[in-house]
Design a protein around this ligand. Sequence first.
Ligand SMILES: [Zn+2]
Length: 462
Amino acid sequence: MGSSASSGRQSVLAVLDQLEADADQVLALRLDVLSELDRISVLCRLTTVARKFAARGYDVVNQLVDEATATDIGGSLVSVLADRLLISPAAAVRMVKEAADVGARRAITGEPLEPRLTTTAQKAHAGLIGPEHVAVIREFFRQLPASVGHDARERAEEMLGNFAADLRPDQLRKAAAHLAARLNPDGRFCDADRAHKRGFYWRCQDADGMSVGTLWATPELRATLDAVIAKLGAPGVCNPDDPAPTVDGQPPPQAVNRDTRTPGQRAHDALTAMGRAVLASGQLGAHRGLPTAIIVQTTLQDMEKAAGTAITAGGTTLPMSDVIRMAASAYHYLAIFDKHSNRPLYLGRTRIASADQRIVLHARDRGCTFPGCDKPGYLTEVHHIVPYSRGGETEPRKTALACKPHHKLADEGWTVRLNEHGQVEWLPPPHLNRDGPTVNNFHHPQRYLERGQLGPDGDKDN
Ligand SMILES: [Zn+2]
C-alpha cells in the first residue's frame, strides 16, 4: 500500500471524526427555541441527511461485495454485516440486494457503472427518497413479467424514480400498480415469471410456539396441495381431537358430525398428516448421514415433569406434550439428556454408531457452531476438530456441527476447539485481526440470559 493510499485513508478518517463531532453539536442544540414549523423543517433536514448516508452505505456495501470475492473476511458478507451492524441476517440480505440495485457499481475493468436503477439511485443519494421508496420500486420490477422489454423497463424506472421524489411510499405504490397495469395490460405472465417468484419462508416462531409462514405457490403446487387438502382435510378426516383419527378411506358419520374444525384448521391438519406420511414412508432416504426424520432433543428431567420444551434439529421449539405424543410414532429420533451431567441417556431408534454421534451433536450444538451463524442442525456437516487426516475420531468431544461455508473456513486457518464449558469455539487466524464472539449462542438463546452467570460446568446449557 503506497503513501497516497495511507494519506487517503487518513483523510477519510479525519472527515468521519469531524462528522461525528458535528453530529454531537447537532444533538446538543436546544430545539425548544424553535417554532413548530421550524421543528418540522429540522426533522425534514435530518431525514434528508440520514437518507443520504443510507444511500452512501449502499455504495460501500457494493465495494465490499466486489472485494469479498477476492478477500476472506471471515464468513459471508451477510453474516459480517449482520454481526457488526447488529441487524438481522434478513436485513443484511436486503441491504446487499438493495445495494446491488441502487448502489454505485464498477465494471470488472474498474470503470464506474451507472447503478442498475439509475434514477432511483440518484434520488436516494440526494436524500430525496428513503428505503421504503426503494422497496416499492424494487417490488415493482420483481412483479414485472419477463416479457416487458429493456427500453420499457428503463422508461418505467425513470418515471418511478421521479415520482418517488414527490410521493409518499404508499402513494408511490399506487402509481407503480397503475404503471404495471399499463405495461402488462392483459396481465400476462409466463412460467419464468412464476418460477422466479416461488418460495416458502418461515417467520420466527412466536412465544406460544406458533409460526407464520409465507408461501408463494406456483399453480402446480397449489393444485397439488388442493388435492391433498380435499382428501386429508375433509370433515372427519385426520382430526387430532378423535381418539383414533381416520386417515384412510371414508370417515364414519359420527366423526364427521363431531368435527368442529374450521376449513383453515382442517387444511392445517391435512398438511401435518401429509408430512407425517412422507416421513413415515421411509422413501426419503438419508439426509446427511441419518434417515430423514425429525430429530428432537430434550432432558429426562423435563420429560418426567412433562413440562418445558424440546428443540428439533431444525431449530423449532416443541412443547413437551407434542414430544410425548410424537414418541409413539416411528418418524422421529429422540435424544434424551441428563440435565445435570449433560450425559446422553437415551437415543431413540438408533443403531448405527455414527448416527448416534450425529444425534448427540445435534443435541449439543443444535446448529452451525460458527459465531452468529443461524443455520439449523439439518443444514450442517460434521467437522472433525482434529482433522481426519491427522487421526481425528468421530466422537462428540472431537467433532462439531458447521454449515458448508463455515466448515470450509476450518480448512482456511480457523481453529475449532471445545472450551471449558463444553462449547465449540472458533478462533480466527491471526492475520484476520477479527475480534468478536468466538462461540455461537444463536441456537442457545438461554445463554444470553445467563451471560456472566454460567457456572464452570456449563451444564445450564440444557
Ligand atoms: Zn454456519
